[in-house]
Write a protein that binds this ligand. Structure first.
Ligand code: AHR
Length: 659
């Protein structure tokens, strides 16, 4: 019996009676499972993503360990820097002494990261390690507004008594009466007895999950809202370092924060047109915190470790930038020890460290990456012993190798992409991390990239990708739509593409080195880019299994005659819905007809990104200029085929969920 159902149509942008682009979706043929790790995030401490960003600490150079020990501080009166402090790996501290006259002052002002951001009514935990060797001393601790036109600079002040001649930790709480992006922390010595200060810290009390050494709440929440399946950290190029000494060493990032040694951030000096002399890594956000955050946001952790090669870009095959093959053991041990730190019992050597940090249960880490954007024999011959050692001790851990910094062989074949894949196959890596920052044309023409991949080798991890618009590398709408279009190829090829993470994640509006990025912020506000919303749309509408979707029996990826359309389909076995994703990358409206074969559909929900200005972007002042909009659509059912007819606006992306 012919059954006809008509629902109310109220999608965001228009309707056409005749559909020219017919997309056939075979709902009888369940394809590959879509991995829970399919859509994820990649964190690198670039653009002040950790200190000055996600990590809640508001004081810059809190341990006086920057090479210029008072960088970030303004010192006045009698301030001496000493280096025999209580923390072996952070030995510097300051001594505030009386300035010699009751009307003079001694003290320090900290500028924070581009200012200290405070919110009205919020509480801030000030803490300091201090001692008063010559009798009890005291400090006046203030939040100030130096630019204030009011009579007083201080926004709030509390007095802290230092009551011991030995090092102790003291804390107090400051409550800000105002919201301000450029507050500063000022400490006056009170009275005439000298006070020594070490590890001067100021944290919002209200961090994500209320952790003392926690994350900035709005930024961490934005990560959670992405529902990431995989969390790659800590980089990126900072894994490798400018040289081997400045590579990321996870063992320096665990244990008490006061004793984590400082590292120079390689993004301090990577671009001299974006130079940030005060960009260091305090490691307050270290590997324990990364694992904990993975758990908090429900993502599988994917740490990447050094393979014993300093950044190949910066060292162009210099021999001293590479660890000799017979000296790799400490690097291999770093991998094995990390697995024990994450997964070992609480009485194992490294599991005990984790337990003492407050997490006796294992983190259940399943993946490890070795090397970032490495290429050539230098890499392959080094990776080999890592693979052997990890397989021997931890056969269930999946190993991620890399195919280098570009997604195909380039004319002079510098980066040896194809060789990289061959080597990863030969080494039996489980996944290969591919990176591509490419222009609009590339994204428009590579929708079939993964359709021809070898199904028998390692799986694909698209570990860094973004559309870098020609001459305008910012987070404009057009780039995000092209990313959305390209991602249909991830979904269609879910049998081989198991993980994807766009890049990079965070950027401070006043301190970036690299764009586009997913989330931008200043000291008190943040905004999510259109690319962020594309990721969120995919992750929250992932489905569990691929469904075949074709137009004229061909995959829909802007092939000839496909009118700029890209599309993919999935079934969600948890909800019983069919989910179809369609991007229209043409500059004209496109009529589409979704033919859902062997299915009696009823309600159709849509989620749409649709905007006129191709160069527009979200910003601090207009954070929600472009966001996905929900809608409903009609469908008809005829002989167990459900037809959804729609009109896709130019340069738009729409997800249909058919019940
Ligand atoms: O995401 C920025 C950088 O781009 C990463 O550090 C590196 O892996 C890539 O070249």
């Amino acid at each position: 019996m012919k059954k006809l159902l008509t629902c109310i149509f109220c999608a965001v942008c228009g309707y056409a009676a005749t559909a020219q682009n017919v997309l056939d979706i075979n709902t009888r043929k369940l394809g590959a499972p879509i991995q829970s790790t399919m859509y994820g995030i990649f964190f690198e401490d670039i653009n002040y993503a950790a200190d000055g960003g996600l990590y809640g600490e508001l004081v810059k150079n809190r341990s006086f360990e920057f090479p210029q020990h008072l960088m970030g501080w303004q010192a006045f009166g009698c301030v001496d820097v000493c280096d025999d402090g209580p923390f072996e790996r952070c030995p510097h501290y300051v001594v505030l002494s009386a300035p010699g006259h009751q009307d003079r002052r001694t003290g320090l002002v900290n500028e924070g990261y581009f200012g200290i951001g405070v919110q009205q009514g919020e509480h801030y935990r000030f803490s300091v390690w201090a001692k008063a060797p010559k009798g009890d001393g005291a400090l006046r601790v203030q939040l100030i507004n130096e630019q204030s036109m009011d009579e007083r600079q201080e926004l709030v002040e509390e007095v802290l008594d230092i009551t011991s001649a030995d090092w102790r930790k003291y804390t107090l709480t400051l409550t800000s009466p105002v919201t301000l992006k450029h507050a500063k922390l000022r400490i006056f010595l009170k009275g005439s007895n000298a006070v020594a200060l070490e590890h001067v810290s100021l944290f919002p009390v209200n961090t994500f999950k209320n952790r003392e050494n926690g994350m900035r709440r709005d930024l961490a929440q934005a990560l959670a809202d992405l529902h990431p399946g995989i969390f790659r950290f800590p980089g990126g190029c900072i894994v490798e370092g400018t040289d081997l000494d400045t590579r990321y060493q996870w063992k320096n990032t665990i244990g008490p924060v006061e004793n984590r040694p400082l590292n120079q951030n390689r993004w301090e000096h990577t671009f001299d047109h974006r130079y940030y002399p005060d960009y260091y890594q305090s490691y307050g956000l270290g590997f324990f915190e990364f694992f904990q955050l993975s758990e908090d946001i429900g993502a599988e952790p994917l740490p990447i470790l050094s393979v014993g090669l300093a950044c190949q870009y910066q060292n162009w095959e210099k021999a001293d930038a590479h660890v000799p093959l017979d000296e790799l053991q400490p690097y291999i041990d770093d991998c094995l020890d990390l697995i024990e730190f994450a997964n070992g019992p609480a009485d194992s050597k490294w599991g005990k460290v984790r337990a003492e940090m407050g997490h006796p249960a294992p983190f259940n880490m399943k993946y490890i990456g070795v090397g970032n954007e490495q290429w050539g024999e230098f890499y392959y011959e080094r990776l080999k012993p890592f693979v052997a050692a990890i397989r021997a001790k931890y056969p269930n851990i999946k190993i991620v190798g890399t195919s280098g910094p570009v997604p195909e062989d380039v004319p002079d074949n510098t980066f040896r992409f194809e060789d990289g894949w061959k080597a990863m196959k030969a080494l039996k890596a489980d996944l290969v991390d591919e990176h591509y920052y490419r222009d609009e044309e590339w994204f428009l023409t590579h929708g079939l990239r993964y359709d021809g991949y070898d199904r028998k080798g390692p799986k694909v991890f698209a570990g860094e990708y973004a559309c870098h618009g020609k001459g305008k590398k910012w987070n404009h709408y057009e780039a995000a739509i092209l990313e959305a279009a390209f991602m249909t190829g991830f979904e269609r090829n879910a049998d081989i593409v198991h993980m994807t993470t766009p890049a990079p994640l965070f950027a401070h509006v006043d301190g970036w080195q690299w764009r586009p990025d997913q989330i931008w912020y200043d000291q008190t506000q943040m905004f999510r880019t259109v690319s962020y919303y594309v990721q969120q749309m995919y992750a929250t509408n992932a489905g569990t299994h691929v469904l075949p979707l074709t137009m004229d029996k061909r995959p829909v990826a802007n092939q000839e005659g496909q009118n700029g359309l890209f599309a993919s389909a999935a079934f969600d076995k948890n909800t019983g819905e069919v989910i179809v994703k369609v991007a229209n990358t043409s500059r004209t409206e496109q009529p589409v007809s979704l033919n859902l074969q062997a299915m009696t559909g009823s309600a159709v929900k849509t989620l749409t990104l649709c905007h006129d200005g191709m160069d527009d972007e979200n910003s601090i002042s207009r954070p929600e200029l472009i966001t996905p909009k929900e809608g409903n659509l009609s469908c008809t059912v005829d002989k167990r085929q459900t037809v959804v007819s729609d009109q896709l606006p130019p340069m738009s992306f729409r997800i249909y969920r058919v019940k």
